[in-house]
Ligand binder design. Structure first.
Ligand code: FES
Length: 574
């Protein structure tokens, strides 16, 4: 590929223009104390940073941005930092998923409206990875993703603890009187010991590792713990690399193909990754103009076993994964299933990453012949209860429930669930099927992670630890349980989930990929005629915009106005 010259760069439409606007762009940059020679004639690198004081997973990204800048300067570029929505997963109500598309729009428009030639995207906490990359794919200028990196292993009373996974585990113990209030408070400061994203194979590590496998990070970058000095060096290398990518005009569209998405999907399954990735990967593919469906993901899940021994499917954490060789070692294990010709941001191919990989711990990163679980990371279910699909994570579910028939106990909303789930009078047994509806993209809105419905307290006391649960919500990637999620179409738009009544029989058969409501069609039709859509709690602002444009989970929950085509170029004049 021919190397570009400075005249080819889009920033020059701002800085090299000989008109009054060009004067203002140069003048205003010098207003910030820069000398003309420090920015003129250089590629401008936008560092899109999701740091904020309310995003603990990204607490170090302000420092890392300095490392990126240092390397951009050294490589002959001009770095500019662009703050973006931080989306700290635990802090944002009702759910960061409501704002993933906001961040995607913000990223696209930040890059489009400013004199940016290439971008370093800094994120990692759950929705920030897909949000940043969706925007960058639409903009399609050279871009490298700088993942925040996982936090260190949690430790408490000699036990290793994973963020999210053990929160739920010990919450159930507290509700059941197995730990004290004082121990619960003590856990607050022991589970999350450093900056960085959740240390389990939750949505954050699932997504950063997938985009690493797809070639959008420096190879292996996603496995480096946030607190490791290697993480700072990786950020610095991103700065050096992006300047080279601008000169080479190496854009996401030059890297991403259907083969690279399928590589990402295979790694997703080998990780035992979060069900959330099924939504995000489809959204990314649509932005990239690549055909990828839930059925594709199901086909990949059937062939790729879980090899990464990480919570919640296994029993190790991301720090262990890094010491075991990280993503390159996992790619090596999967080599025969991957397209080794896929490109990455360095201009190199996956084959080179695999050739240089070594595995130092065969229990943490397993061979194909020795998977972590019998169950796959994902199964896509269809039937009269989910005509366009629903998902389940068999590797984190009770195998005894993979084929199950039970009577529905229906909750119309999260508030209804919270009010009644622990009511001693609730008619529920271990064989019941808990159903939560109106928790999807339109219904909640934003499809929160409510799908891991709590086990009723009276059943916990009887020793019940898992039940079949069904919803149009999502579930945290750090959680586990026999939870059927992402039911589409969702209840709020009139999907069959809206028609379920207490006592109806529901049939799940994971092996056959079936999810059925055992009620005669004539009765369902009668209920359909009686159904009225729920009234939204608010009809203003961004939430109204979200409701108007969001697609269903099987389509990626992107906005229909954004999930196709490329970004508009910036205006030539003014
Ligand atoms: Fe940020 Fe889990 S809360 S990655």
């Amino acid at each position: 590929m021919a190397r570009r010259s400075i005249e080819d760069l889009r920033s020059q439409r701002w800085y090299a223009a000989s008109d009054m606007r060009g004067f203002a762009h140069r003048q205003r940059t010098q207003q910030m104390g820069l000398r003309r020679g420090e920015f003129m004639g250089k590629p401008v690198i936008g560092i899109v940073n999701t740091w904020s004081d309310l995003s603990p997973c990204h607490a170090h990204l302000r420092d890392r941005a300095e490392a990126v800048k240092r390397a951009v300067w050294a490589a002959g570029g001009y770095p500019v930092e662009l703050p973006a929505l931080s989306l700290g997963e635990v802090m944002v109500k009702p759910t960061t998923m409501l704002y993933r598309n906001f961040l995607a729009m913000e990223t696209e428009e930040l890059l489009r409206s400013h004199p940016i030639d290439g971008a370093v995207l800094m994120g990692g906490c759950d929705k920030t990875t897909p949000g940043l990359i969706m925007g960058a794919l639409s903009m399609d200028i050279p871009a490298v993703f700088c993942p925040a990196g996982p936090m260190l292993n949690g430790k408490w009373k000699g036990k290793t603890l994973g963020a999210g996974t053990h929160t739920r585990h010990y919450w159930d113990k507290l509700r059941n009187g197995e730990i004290s209030e004082a121990e619960w408070i003590d856990l607050e400061s022991r589970m999350t010991r450093s900056n960085g994203t959740c240390n389990t194979m939750g949505t954050a590590s699932t997504m950063t590792t997938i985009v690493d496998a797809m070639g959008l990070t420096l190879p292996g970058a996603s496995s480096i713990p946030a607190a490791d000095a290697a993480h700072t060096r990786m950020a610095s290398e991103c700065g050096e690399r992006i300047v080279e990518m601008v000169w080479a005009d190496r854009k996401p569209s030059d890297i991403l193909t259907r083969a690279s998405f399928l590589n990402g999907a295979r790694v997703y399954m080998a990780l035992g990754g979060s069900t959330n990735a099924a939504v995000h990967l489809i959204a990314l593919a649509r932005r990239a103009g690549v055909a990828l469906t839930l059925d594709d993901l199901d086909a990949v899940a059937r062939e790729v076993p879980v090899l990464a021994n990480l919570f919640p499917s296994g029993n190790r954490l991301m720090e262990d994964f890094y010491y075991a060789g990280g993503l390159p070692a996992l790619l090596m294990r999967l080599a025969e299933m991957l397209d080794a010709q896929a490109l990455n941001v360095t201009g190199g191919r996956l084959a080179e990453v695999i050739a240089a990989a070594e595995c130092y711990d065969d229990d943490t990163i397993r061979a194909l012949s020795n998977p972590v679980t019998e169950g796959a990371a994902l199964a896509v279910l269809k039937g009269n209860l989910a005509p366009t699909g629903a998902v389940i994570k068999p590797s984190a579910a009770d195998p005894a429930l993979a084929r199950h028939r039970g009577r529905a106990v229906v909750f119309d909303s999260q508030a209804d669930l919270a009010a009644r789930i622990d009511d001693p009078a609730l008619e529920v047994t271990a064989e019941s099927v808990l159903v939560l509806r109106n928790a999807g993209p339109q219904g909640a809105p934003g499809m929160p992670e409510w799908g891991n419905l709590p086990i009723p307290k009276k059943l916990l006391a009887q020793g019940v630890r898992d039940m079949l649960r069904i919803s149009d919500a999502r579930m945290s990637g750090t959680h586990y349980g026999t939870c059927v999620l992402h039911v589409t179409p969702e209840a709020a738009v009139g999907g069959p989930l809206a028609l379920v009544r207490d006592g109806d029989e529901i049939v799940l058969d994971v092996a056959a990929r079936r999810l059925e409501l055992d009620v005669p069609e004539a009765e369902l039709e009668r209920r359909r005629m009686e159904w009225t859509p729920p009234v939204p709690a608010t009809d203003r602002g961004y939430t109204a915009l979200f409701r108007q444009h969001v697609t269903q989970a099987d389509q990626g929950c992107d906005f229909g106005i954004l999930d196709h085509g490329r970004s508009q170029p910036e205006p030539e004049i003014y």
